[in-house]
Design a protein. Structure first.
Lengths: 117, 202
């Protein structure tokens, strides 16, 4: 007998909500990101992403800091389970084609200023 | 119950809040930067008090305990007082520094009030953790200031052993930062103890 996991809109995933899980997996691959970028690559409402990030920060799982006018989020390095969570999210992200595809939309490697496209 | 006013210090607020919560049956431990201020007020002034509550603490009980002190809850979970500078927050537990859960804390009494707070050693570890994880120089400075102020109670061997455990179990933090801190910590505590010994002979 084979079992299939059906992911419905009501699925809450491992982390309490689908957007929350998608955000964490994306951050697991990106290391750091901001609300608008995550909303764009995950095709989620900006308000949903912002609320999820705020909740994660309040729970001590993520931390943020201002870089210019952008609030950059990353996993909280002083969170008690930071190391195993980072490993878990990286694995979850890498094994999820949807997350890999979303993150692939972004150029992560450096690019010298003024270099032609 | 002691009343709080615009002239109340962080320590006044810490004792008042902890005592009120204790009377309501909620166990709360002062941690974070506010615990550093408790031990070294001249060196570091935090504006917010972080208390970690025991698992299962009920929000309405906490709000009810703080209301007579003048603190009311804002939607984002922060407690504010109309006259007092210091805010009160309840970060998610459990108490932990690095990957270690903190199961022991200090308890101090002042008149009929009490305060549960990180030990001086744990404050040094906690502030150092922010330097170790983020490279925050200010946090390292605070850790050393607390170590200098509380030199008699800071357990350097315990801190050293803990950093070794962290590097073994969760090898995500830089050894160079740890080595730099431990060297500074030993030097700071040694100097503070020497100065204290000299002062006691005078």
């Amino acid at each position: 007998m084979r079992y299939h996991m059906k992911v419905t809109s009501r699925s809450k995933g491992l982390f309490g909500s689908r957007p929350r899980e998608r955000i964490l997996k994306a951050v697991g691959l990106l290391e750091r990101s901001y609300a608008r970028q995550l909303a764009m690559i995950l095709r989620e409402d900006l308000s949903v992403v912002q609320r999820s990030l705020d909740d994660l920060e309040r729970d001590g799982i993520m931390a943020s800091r201002l870089m210019g006018r952008t609030r950059l989020f990353e996993l909280n390095r002083t969170y008690q389970h930071y190391a195993p969570l980072r490993d878990l999210l990286t694995r979850m992200g890498q094994s999820d084609p949807e997350t890999v595809e979303a993150v692939a939309l972004l150029r992560q490697r450096p690019r010298r200023a003024g270099k032609p496209v | 119950m002691k009343t709080l006013s615009a002239t109340s210090t962080l320590t006044d607020v810490a004792f008042a809040v902890c005592t009120a919560l204790d009377a309501a049956g909620e166990h709360a431990v002062l941690c974070g930067g506010s615990a550093a201020t408790y031990y070294a007020p001249e060196a570091y002034q935090s504006r917010d008090l972080d208390f970690v509550l025991r698992f299962g603490a009920r929000g309405p009980t906490v709000a009810g305990a703080l209301r007579p002190l003048g603190y009311t809850r804002r939607p984002e979970g922060l407690y504010e007082h109309p006259d007092v500078l210091f805010t009160v927050e309840f970060p998610a537990g459990p108490l932990a520094i690095g990957s270690e859960t903190i199961s022991r804390h200090a308890t101090y009494r002042r008149d009929d009030q009490l305060l549960h707070v990180y030990t001086a050693t744990d404050v040094v570890r906690d502030r150092f953790m922010h330097f170790w994880a983020w490279g925050d120089q200010h946090a390292m400075r605070v850790a050393l200031d607390v170590a200098a102020t509380q030199h008699a109670d800071v357990d350097i061997a315990a801190i050293d052993a803990w950093t070794e455990r962290e590097m073994r179990d969760a090898p995500v933090y830089e050894r160079t930062r740890r080595d730099h801190f431990m060297k500074s910590l030993r030097r700071t505590v040694k100097r503070a103890r020497r100065e204290a010994a000299l002062a006691s002979r005078r």
